[in-house]
Design a protein around this ligand. Structure first.
Ligand code: PGA
Length: 250
């Protein structure tokens, strides 16, 4: 019912030819893969060239952040309209690295999501607890708060968003949540959505898992009932491993 969506979060990696070579290799690997949405999210500087490389293929383009204002005196920021004009369709919002290192809050996540939707982009809104929060028994509180606050007031547009559950302790650590641990939180997020927007809408929203997803664990994670895709960091930087994860989702 929900089309799986696998997105590669390249973070601050890849320039010029290396970026284009990776896109070309991903295109070749996934040319015949139906039924799964494939997204790559290069750094801002590579977006225009990446858009040209993705054109006409089944690989779609995402960015890694967006500012909420339409335009103006915000040195160093990128607006939703700029992403649109660069050929971007998806945008990652509220990644834990932005929350941790760049002062991202539930409020700014919410503003960015609204701006992205208003410009016709699809936000991939990230939520997830730290190890300390999990160990203190606060995982539920944190995930429910981030989900509710981040998605507050989106109106009917909420049906277009994608959510990524990324336990911070699993990102880039090689330590993946078990399929049961991930499913438990995905179901919690879905229940939270049900309470706020009703079952019909909630059941259509895709929830990706992120955090050390790799070819070896992708199939089991992606076969959980509420896991609708993956947000992939390290394993998205090589076409073979990224494609293997995508194929595990078919
Ligand atoms: P990882 O990163 O796959 O390298 O753990 C995932 C992410 O940060 O989105």
């Amino acid at each position: 019912m929900r089309t799986k969506i696998i997105a590669g979060n390249w973070k601050m990696n890849m320039t010029g030819t290396a970026a284009l070579d990776l896109i070309e290799a991903v295109k070749r690997e996934v040319a015949d893969v139906g039924k799964v949405e494939v997204v790559v999210c290069p750094p801002f500087t590579e977006l225009k060239a990446a858009a040209a490389a993705c054109a006409g293929s089944n690989v779609m383009l995402g960015a890694q952040n967006v500012h909420w204002a339409e335009a103006g005196a915000f040195t160093g920021e990128i607006s939703a309209a700029m992403l649109q004009s660069a050929g971007v369709k998806y945008v990652i919002i509220g990644h834990s690295e932005r929350r941790q290192y760049f002062g991202e809050t539930d409020e700014t996540v919410n503003k960015r999501a609204k701006a992205a939707l208003a410009a016709g982009l699809i936000p991939i809104v990230c939520v997830g607890e730290t190890l300390e929060e999990r160990d203190d028994g606060r995982m539920e509180d944190v995930v429910v708060r981030q989900t509710k606050a981040g998605l507050d007031g989106l109106g009917a547009d909420i049906s277009r968003i994608v959510i990524a559950y990324e336990p911070v302790w699993a990102i880039g650590t090689g330590r993946t949540a078990t399929p049961a641990q991930a499913q438990e939180v995905h179901a919690l997020i879905r229940r939270t959505l049900c309470e706020t927007v009703g079952g019909d809408v909630a059941n259509g929203i895709r929830i990706q898992y992120g955090g050390s997803m790799k070819p070896e664990n992708a199939k089991e994670l992606l076969s959980q009932p509420d896991i609708d895709g993956g947000l992939i960091g390290g394993a998205a930087l090589k076409a073979e491993s990224f494609a293997a994860i995508i194929k595990a989702g078919v």
